[in-house]
Design a protein around this ligand. Structure first.
Ligand code: OAD
Length: 248
């Protein structure tokens, strides 16, 4: 059982605004592959051939098929104990918002009510040419890339390298990090900006900053508390201690 410092439980219980920033490690225990560790997606595939708009315009069918294969995996995954713990944390703390880099939709599937998706959501699509939205689930199993009524190609609603993050989502995330009393970074290698910069914003604005990750990251030096263990073990324990504190 990971040891949770009492300072974290105290800070959470007193906080008015809590931001939990999640990355691929959050969903690892659900069976969704991460990107950079051994066996991760970017150790087997080249992002420049699959996750940028030039690659899509050069070879749309190949990019579409790769995202369909990721959908096959993700749509068969369920939220894990860490996702569930964040849902259970909502009534135990004030003002909890999840800011995620994950595109798997597992926080919402678990039941979290306030989730900011910085990198989009693989369960949705839009037209590369006119922007028309295509959220129909039937597209998620199409092997041939579908076309829009305007003649454009339909692509997954995920942020590719070189693209801007959704403006309102990023602005709200930054504002919350400025206000946060507690900022918890879970399962991110902390190397992809602007998402990684949110931890620094929270730190600069004096949030109590926590990292949950079995490995050290560039964000670790900024953490008041770094818990070196898996999200699925740590977060349920934090919830248990918060409940104990509320009851006592
Ligand atoms: P990474 O694959 O870079 O990092 C995953 C992190 O999760 C690593 O630091 C692991 O040590 C940690 N980890 C693994 N299992 C864990 C567990 N059970 N509990 C807690 N931590 C665990 O993934 P991200 O940081 O999310 O962007 O990657 C950021 C972005 O890079 C992604 O959103 C994606 C990718 O390119 C886009 O596609 C735009």
């Amino acid at each position: 059982m990971p040891t949770i410092p009492s300072s974290l439980v105290d800070r959470l219980a007193r906080a008015r605004c809590v931001v939990v920033s999640t990355g691929a490690g959050m969903s690892a225990e659900s069976g969704v592959p991460t990107f950079r560790a051994e066996g991760g997606l970017w150790t087997k595939f080249k992002p420049e051939e699959l996750a940028n708009v030039d690659a899509f315009l050069r070879n749309p069918q190949m990019v579409w098929e790769w995202y369909q294969s990721r959908r096959d995996v993700i749509l068969n995954c369920s939220p894990n104990a860490g996702h569930t713990a964040l849902v259970e944390m909502e009534p135990l703390v004030q003002g909890l918002t999840i800011v995620t880099q994950n595109i798997d939709g597992l926080h919402a599937a678990a039941g979290s009510t306030d989730v900011i998706e910085l990198h989009g959501n693989i369960r949705r699509n839009f037209c590369q040419q006119c922007g028309e939205r295509y959220d129909d689930a039937s597209l998620l199993s199409m092997t041939e890339i579908p076309s829009c009524s305007c003649g454009g190609m339909i692509r997954p609603d995920v942020v590719w390298f070189g693209e801007m993050l959704p403006e309102k989502a990023l602005a709200r995330a930054e504002r919350l990090c400025e206000e946060a009393d507690v900022f918890i970074s879970v399962g991110t290698s902390g190397v992809v900006y602007p998402a990684a910069g949110l931890a620094l914003v929270a730190h600069q604005h004096h949030a109590f900053t926590v990292e949950i990750n079995p490995e050290e990251t560039p964000l670790t030096p900024y953490a008041n508390v770094a818990i070196s263990a898996a999200a699925g073990a740590v977060l349920p324990e934090v919830v248990r201690l918060l409940r104990e504190r509320t009851a006592g």
